[in-house]
Write a protein that binds this ligand. Structure first.
Ligand SMILES: Cc1cc2nc3c(=O)[nH]c(=O)nc-3n(C[C@H](O)[C@H](O)[C@H](O)COP(=O)(O)OP(=O)(O)OC[C@H]3O[C@@H](n4cnc5c(N)ncnc54)[C@H](O)[C@@H]3O)c2cc1C
Length: 388
């Protein structure tokens, strides 16, 4: 009888898992149900370009109903709980039984748990990036502050990447002298989490581009009436426009489930094949495991984890060869019309808690890498959607 696979989330981890499973398993082997509350797949790295008017929604987003067909069924609905003992996923509108479950729902991004956050803008969702686009277009000078409200947020380099993009954007509009750009971050220097191989060249680049910094201070709240960001030790920064990563928290169907959550409330998993330690028919990958394994939230990591988790399922069902987890990461960071290419070996950081940073290095700045960033968007969407 065909095995039932349920995938939660049609983003990077869920989408890539689906494309792998669809390729190796035949209609008679499996029924795959993919559930997503938004009903779409976004190439989220392009939100920053959307916010400065360099991309359209249709370039970076696909309706996941295009995935329907053959042994794949799409369900636009919100997962509210998982009954691991009875192998059932409960949604707002229904119930789905499974033989294998892949969870890649990413974090919940909510603006209600941080004082004054509603007065800030963000590039961490498609909707926020569109709102920000209108404000950037009309911005005619003043102070721009970029910061983060939680330790865990999607794509750690984004604050600095966004600062460099805005620098380039306002230079091209001949008004850079009217705009002050500051990144405020709890780390002690730019990109510290990637070690000196990335941090040192980034610090130099930011200085050269006159991008200011406030480092080593946690953002505590936003005083909306005064348009001020309040940091530890009552350091305050006034802004005319602020771009702040909203709080990212584990989805409640994971946080509230003793079998699915790890000690810190994010998803429990293992680094070999991403199975739940107690229920080996449940897999957790992507941003929702990043704080558990203590590595940044990044699509490239979700991608390699999806390769491994989906191969483990295909191995169980048809004896397909298992793919070991690839503990490397590459990332192109846009700096304007150019970009840098960074490479990190995560093996030591993932396996030894005393290792502080991954082994990273970068090359660039070069327009070739900015072009490669656009190519990656096309490649990501077509690897999941083909020519649908
Ligand atoms: C501005 C920005 C720039 C980025 N740049 C980069 C980059 O350059 N390189 C890089 O590697 N990564 C980058 N990322 C990060 C990358 O996009 C994420 O790490 C990646 O998408 C994580 O994949 P995921 O599958 O875990 O979650 P997601 O891709 O977020 O997918 C989760 C899906 O689950 C759905 N979902 C959530 N909860 C539920 C529920 N309860 N029920 C049903 N469905 C649910 C959501 O609707 C969503 O579609 C960036 C992210 C942002 C925001």
């Amino acid at each position: 009888m065909a095995k039932k696979i349920v995938i939660i989330g049609a983003g990077a981890g869920g989408g890539i898992s689906l494309s792998k499973l669809r390729r190796v398993l035949k209609d008679e082997d499996v029924d795959i149900t993919i559930i997503d509350k938004l009903g779409r797949t976004d190439f989220q790295p392009s939100y920053i370009f959307l916010s400065i008017g360099q991309k359209r929604v249709k370039d970076l987003s696909r309706d996941f109903n295009l995935l329907n067909g053959g042994h794949v069924k799409t369900v636009k609905d919100e997962v509210v709980s998982v009954d691991a003992q009875n192998r059932i996923v409960n949604t707002l509108k229904g119930k789905y039984s499974y033989d294998y479950l892949i969870m890649s729902p990413g974090p919940d991004i909510k603006k209600d748990s941080f004082e004054g956050i509603e007065a800030t803008d963000s590039v961490w969702t498609l909707e926020d990036s569109l709102k920000l686009r209108a404000k950037i277009k009309e911005f005619n000078g003043g102070k721009i502050l970029i910061s983060v409200s939680s330790q865990w947020y999607k794509c750690p380099p984004v604050p600095w990447e966004m600062a460099l993009l805005l620098d380039d954007y306002f230079r091209k509009k001949n008004m850079r002298d009217k705009v002050e750009i500051t990144v405020a971050h709890p780390v002690s220097k730019p990109m510290e989490m990637y070690g000196p191989g990335l941090s040192d060249p980034f610090a130099k680049m930011l200085e050269k581009r006159s991008i200011g910094g406030l480092y080593g201070k946690k953002l505590l709240g936003i005083d909306a009436s005064k348009k001020e960001a309040v940091f530890e030790d009552d350091d305050r920064l006034r802004f005319d426009l602020s771009i702040v990563a909203p709080p990212h928290s584990p989805p409640s169907f994971i946080k509230d489930n003793e079998y699915l959550r790890s000690k810190n409330g994010w998803a429990s998993t293992n680094l070999k094949d991403f199975r739940n330690p107690k229920y080996d028919d449940i897999f957790a990958i992507g941003d929702v495991i990043a704080p558990t394994i203590q590595i940044g939230m990044a699509g490239v990591l979700a991608h390699f984890q999806a390769d491994t988790a989906s191969s483990a399922i295909a191995e169980d069902i048809i004896g397909y060869p298992f793919i070991d987890y690839n503990k490397n990461a590459v990332c192109i960071i846009a700096t304007g019309s150019s970009g840098v290419f960074s490479y990190c070996d995560l093996s030591a950081k993932l396996t030894d808690p005393s290792v502080k940073f991954p082994e990273c290095r970068m090359i660039g700045n070069d327009p070739l890498f900015r072009f490669a960033h656009d190519l990656y968007e096309v490649n990501f969407l077509s690897s999941i959607y083909g020519n649908r």
